[in-house]
Design a protein around this ligand. Sequence first.
Ligand SMILES: Cc1cc2nc3c(=O)[nH]c(=O)nc-3n(C[C@H](O)[C@H](O)[C@H](O)COP(=O)(O)OP(=O)(O)OC[C@H]3O[C@@H](n4cnc5c(N)ncnc54)[C@H](O)[C@@H]3O)c2cc1C
Length: 392
Amino acid sequence: MRTDLYTGHDYFNMDDLLTEEHKLIRDAAREWVKKEVSPIIEDAAENQVFPQHLLSGLGAIGAFGTYIPEQYGGSGLDQISYGLIMQELERCDSGLRSTASVQTSLVMYPIWKYGSEEQKMKYLPKLATGEWIGCFGLTEPDHGSNPGGMVTSYVEDGDDVILNGAKMWISNAPFAEIAVVWAKNEEGRIHGIIVERGMEGFSTPTMKGKWSLRASDTGELIFDNVRVPKSNILPEKSGLGAPLGCLDSARYGIAWGAIGAALDCYDTALRYSKERIQFGKPIAGFQLQQKKLAEMITEITKAQLLTLRLGQLRNEGKATSPQISMAKRNNVDMAITIAREARQMLGAMGIMNEYPIMRHMMNLESVITYEGTHDIHLLITGMDITGENAFK
Ligand SMILES: Cc1cc2nc3c(=O)[nH]c(=O)nc-3n(C[C@H](O)[C@H](O)[C@H](O)COP(=O)(O)OP(=O)(O)OC[C@H]3O[C@@H](n4cnc5c(N)ncnc54)[C@H](O)[C@@H]3O)c2cc1C
């Protein structure tokens, strides 16, 4: 294991646009990652397991419920703070960021925005500390890009509902205490419902065999006549717009996170290129290698500017879903391209787990697909600028 020497790259003095509080939050997250996660992340990825002892630390740095009000246990911070924490987590590993994204944007957000006061008081404080972990069940085996076609459904039975169906590819599912599940009622309308571990007929089998996001646990959610109290249904919003609202928050966090992965690949390649001698001089001195590095930092800088502006818009409540789609799509594509170039710059060493690049590259193959695929986000932009829907 190499020492984590990462220091950050800020070619356009972006720090001048951040507040002192933003920088403190980011630097605290960076230091925690370096001390607690960098030394163990390669083993976690090799062993295909999320290191659960990190959960309380993630809670302590504000990664769970960053922008959720303090009265519910959150940190009450702004959207840029949330983004900066996601950037620092994914700088280490996309799976680490995924765990935090799901908890904040896909579990705490819907309970905070669509839940009753009782639901907020019951779940949010424990989710904020990491005592409880949640997962988000939208995707089904036969419904990925088209979640509106879901077949998971429930029927009413007195004070309860009876839930049947299955969800697939669910991050955090194998160890989550609760699942925010999206299911259709008897009229076919989508509602969010909180399913708790231990409810009879509810199981969460682990999905093994991933070459990507190996340090994040992924599983299925199986509902076999699960009896859930009606009081667990999120009352304040229904329809497909409800889960899509959560995805806006998560995709925004991914846009920041992908910059982190790209920065780590760039940082590794830059450092290596100055140390690696071929033909009597550092490979950093060859034009072709400089072209790669110069293009990397240019693309990272463009993404940083785009994403900070998106954070400002989100703070003002003005960011649109298509704007978020554009940032998610651009930044993940940018990061995966940089990972591939950086891998080549390390030559054979680039494939080794002594360096983080292959792990980032493999992780980003999931990130480019989940929370809306690369293609679907392009079609969202296309629909926004033309008024024509090309994906239905
Ligand atoms: C590691 C991992 C973790 C995940 N975690 C979660 C989670 O926590 N919760 C959750 O609910 N889901 C989760 N997902 C699921 C993820 O959101 C879906 O995989 C994603 O939405 C794509 O669905 P799909 O895989 O079924 O692909 P499909 O929808 O089958 O798409 C296959 C291909 O067809 C293309 N395509 C589909 N429709 C169109 C169209 N109309 N026009 C043009 N091209 C199209 C897609 O772009 C893609 O390239 C996770 C996935 C992964 C890999």
